[in-house]
Each structure stands twice: as structure tokens, then as C-alpha cells.
Write a protein of this length. Structure first.
Length: 110
């Protein structure tokens, strides 16, 4: 694990950085990608945006659907064309995580 050094006027803060993303970061990457598409996002685009392979994307999509954070639209011609949309619960989760991240950054900057 490496460390990033941030300087402030009163002290230096060392924050850890990790080589791999944790599950929460991956979930937020998926939700954030889906959030910005009003018509929903295809599985292929989710895979690309979140940097996941097919099996990983399926695992996370099933998890997020089961938790009510996203919903799958009806496929038009095939499963690949199914679009995934953020639910109200998913939007609240993303907004809460953004507030938490801002609070953390504010706490570290003082």
C-alpha cells in the first residue's frame, strides 16, 4: 500500500491509496454511470464505464437489482440491449455517498 501526502497549512496528512478498488467503489462507479443516462444504460456500457468483465458485471447487476438500487428495463431485441436504470433508492444512495465523500474531504482539508 502506498501513501499520498497532502499538505495543509497546519499539518501533513497521509492517506492510503490502494492498488485495487473495493466493492463499494465499484458499486458507486456502476450507479454513477447509470445515473447520468435518462434512458438507462446497457450492460456493455456499464462494463466499459466501471472497467468490469462480463462475469463481474453480471454479479454486480444481480446484486444491485436484488437490493433495489437499479432496475432492468425490458430488452428490445436481446439481453444485450436491456437497459438498466437507477431507482429512487439508488439515487438516494448515490447522493448520500457524495455527501459523505464531501464531508470526508472537508475534514481532511482542515
Amino acid at each position: 500500500m502506498s501513501r499520498l501526502k497532502f499538505s495543509s497549512s497546519t499539518r501533513n496528512i497521509l492517506l492510503p491509496t490502494f492498488k485495487y478498488r473495493d466493492r463499494t467503489t465499484i458499486i458507486l462507479d456502476i450507479l454513477d454511470g447509470v445515473r447520468h443516462k435518462l434512458k438507462g444504460e446497457t450492460k456493455t456500457h456499464i462494463m466499459r464505464n466501471a472497467n468490469l468483465n462480463f462475469d463481474q458485471a453480471n454479479t454486480y447487476l444481480v446484486f444491485l437489482i436484488a437490493r433495489g438500487l437499479i432496475k432492468a428495463g425490458d430488452p428490445i431485441r436481446s439481453q444485450e440491449l436491456a437497459r438498466y436504470k437507477l431507482t429512487k433508492k439508488g439515487l438516494e444512495f448515490v447522493k448520500s455517498s457524495e455527501i459523505y465523500a464531501c464531508a470526508c474531504m472537508h475534514a481532511f482539508s482542515h
